[in-house]
Design a protein around this ligand. Structure first.
Ligand code: GAL
Length: 635
């Protein structure tokens, strides 16, 4: 049995005491107690202050601060400090630094400056994790381990020669021989056929206007994900050797445009799921993106509680315009995460820095100190979490709607040479989710490859742009539907198999062509800024297609544009499955999902700017029009 997350609502944030003098540490303890902080994440970027030269460790300051926190009743989420290697390591071993797509070796000085396939980085990070686990594994203040930090945030892919060697070994395990690889990647195209493993390079930049082989590029994303996961597993297993009691995790990145890792795979390897989420200030309804990411994170956690490891008290420092949070917005954000399954609310960071590139990022203790608006809000949130502490360990109520979210389809769709560069996997998934949110319909996220039995927990399963679909996964969707479930399938679903080779005989394979009964003949992307109108009054953009129904019932056709007269919206002969052939605008999506909710008699709670979520014995309600939060017993 692996250790579980303690059943507690956590409150606190990243704590970087090495940026401050001892007198500030004492003030920190007082303020943390005042705000109700019960957990801090220590040492995330401390490698250079803990290992000052190769093999020379200085743990004195960390001993002291862990002791002080413990005396003050504050627990520690101890990071392994391996997120940013110190200068001495990369100066002595320049090959540890990553190489970008263009072949340039990057420099020390930012963060995460390491190649994900570097054996030197792996050995040195493992050594540091061992030292920390040995020294602090049994310290009573330690509650959990925080391996590295946001893996792959800045260095998701490396194109160096060391990576090339690891890549070939990875390929030899995936493909039993070179001929199999040649076939999978379709290398007879453009003279790409390989005759020896040594000829296979990372998909580096190619002559202008050409791109590396798409199947190869997709595999390189899979390889990179696996290399990073291997680094995590190395540290995790080392820690486990010293500490079998405290849970071990790492913080994922739940962001609309972050696709670096396949978190469905990662979730199996952490003792509990933890994630970071930041609002995009330019998005006026960014609380819906927050809800999407929180629900997705709960999906990774299999419905169990998870932990929001970072969010911001107010503005960040890395967007074009860093807009602060409105009054009440922080509380609304934090409680939305809690309602959707987080066992608490943690922030980046405790005390706002005065130096370094994050000095204008908000924190729990801002530059202006205790007289600030933010500090007042921080104390208020601490008190609310105290009132809600009985929620710890409880689960958010299961939804009636499931959405399949697939990082690997996203990777394939992030490449060039598709029918249109305007199509965006996360945008379509978010469009659909936004409509459901506004209608008060709650969504659970499920992994691609879920079995028909797993899907049968839901009345309806959504598959927006599930581009890669292998035969087994396709069959699971068909079986789910045949057993009485409802599918909503979008354009550009089921186009290719797992090696990104197109399925022939009507786009969308047997799911779309045979099961749904829609024959998609040719794609007709819509020009930028133009719209297509549908015969039922709806409208869409970006995509249309030459399509007809075979067994399906046509609900709407295009009344203008190139695909005039073609099927735009259809329902399968069973009357239970929908096919959506364009990127509907917001009003049309709401119309579509409202009729679906009515037909399937789905429960609607809240809506129109108000979210209502049941967790534990409570019904939490968060009104984003006013930023007011409330809860009552859920009877
Ligand atoms: C996260 C990171 C933190 C901090 C934060 C700022 O990506 O883990 O260390 O940089 O962003 O928003």
């Amino acid at each position: 049995m692996t250790p579980a997350m303690p059943s507690q609502l956590f409150y606190g944030g990243d704590y970087n005491p090495e940026q401050w003098g001892r007198e500030v540490w004492l003030e920190d303890m007082r303020l943390m107690r005042e705000a109700g902080v019960n957990l801090v994440t220590l040492a995330v970027f401390s490698w250079a202050t803990l290992e000052v030269a190769d093999g020379v460790y200085e743990f004195g300051w960390l001993d002291e601060i862990i002791g002080l926190l413990h005396e003050n009743g504050i627990s520690v989420d101890l990071a392994t400090a391996t997120a940013s290697p110190p200068a001495w390591l990369t100066i002595a071993n320049p090959e540890v630094l990553p190489v970008n797509y263009q072949g340039t070796r990057l420099s020390h000085g930012g963060r995460q400056g390491y190649c994900i396939s570097s054996p030197i980085y792996k050995a040195k990070s493992g050594q540091l994790a061992a030292k920390l686990a040995e020294r602090y594994g049994k310290h009573p203040a330690i509650k959990m381990w925080h391996v590295n930090n946001e893996y792959g945030c800045h260095n998701p892919i490396c194109y160096c020669d060391v990576s090339a060697l690891a890549w070939r070994e990875w390929l030899k395990k995936r493909y039993s021989n070179l001929e199999e690889l040649n076939l999978a990647w379709g290398t007879n195209f453009w003279s790409q056929r390989y005759h020896s493993w040594d000829e296979v390079l990372p998909p580096r930049e190619t002559p202008t206007g050409t791109y590396p082989n798409p199947s190869m590029t997709l595999d390189y994303r899979r390889f990179s994900n696996d290399q990073i996961l291997d680094l995590y597993l190395n540290e995790r297993d080392i820690i486990r050797g010293f500490d079998s009691v405290n849970p071990i995790t790492t913080n994922f990145m739940s962001m609309k445009h972050t696709s670096v890792l396949d978190y469905w795979q990662w979730a199996k390897e952490v003792d509990f799921v933890a994630t970071d989420h930041y609002l995009m200030a330019d998005d006026e309804r960014n609380y819906i993106d927050l809800a999407f990411q929180a629900d997705l994170t709960r999906g990774f956690a299999g419905g169990k509680p998870w932990l929001l490891m970072e969010h911001s008290t107010s503005a960040v420092n890395w967007q074009e315009r860093n807009i602060p949070k409105a009054q009440g917005e922080m509380l609304a954000n934090s409680l939305s995460h809690v309602a959707r399954g987080s066992n608490g609310a943690m922030f980046f960071q405790w005390r706002q820095s005065i130096s370094g590139s994050e000095k204008f990022h908000s924190a729990m203790v801002p530059h202006t100190g205790e007289k600030s608006r933010i500090w007042h809000n921080v104390k208020e949130l601490g008190a609310k979490l105290q009132e809600l502490k009985a929620l710890a360990g409880s689960e958010t109520e299961i939804a009636e709607v499931a959405m399949i979210f697939d990082y690997q389809s996203w990777w394939a769709l992030s490449q060039r040479n598709l029918p249109s560069t305007s199509i965006s996997y996360p945008e379509l998934a978010h469009d659909w989710y936004r409509a459901l949110w506004e209608l008060g319909l709650r969504v659970d996220f499920v992994a691609p490859g879920s079995s028909a039995a797993e899907l049968s927990n839901y009345k309806v399963v959504l598959a927006p742009m599930l581009y890669l679909l292998n035969t087994d996964d396709e069959q699971a969707l068909i079986d789910y539907s045949k057993a009485g479930g409802s599918l909503v399938v979008s354009y550009f679903t089921g186009i290719s198999n797992e090696v990104d080779a197109v399925k022939l005989g009507g786009y969308g394979g047997s799911l779309v062509r045979d099961h749904l009964g829609v024959f998609v003949d040719e794609f007709a992307p819509v020009r930028l800024g133009e719209k297509v109108s549908l015969s039922n009054g709806m409208s869409g953009s970006e995509w249309s297609q030459f399509a007809t129904t075979s067994s399906a019932d046509e609900l709407a056709s295009y009344v203008d544009g190139l695909a005039l007269g073609s099927t735009a919206l259809a329902k399968s002969a069973s009357g239970r499955d929908w096919y959506v052939g364009t990127r509907l605008d917001d009003a049309s999506n709401q119309q579509l999902f409202a009729s679906l909710a009515a037909e399937l008699q789905l429960e609607q709670l809240g809506g129109k700017g108000v979210e209502v979520i049941n967790r534990g014995g409570l019904q939490l309600s968060i009104d984003h029009n006013t930023n007011r939060v409330s809860w009552k017993a859920n009877v």
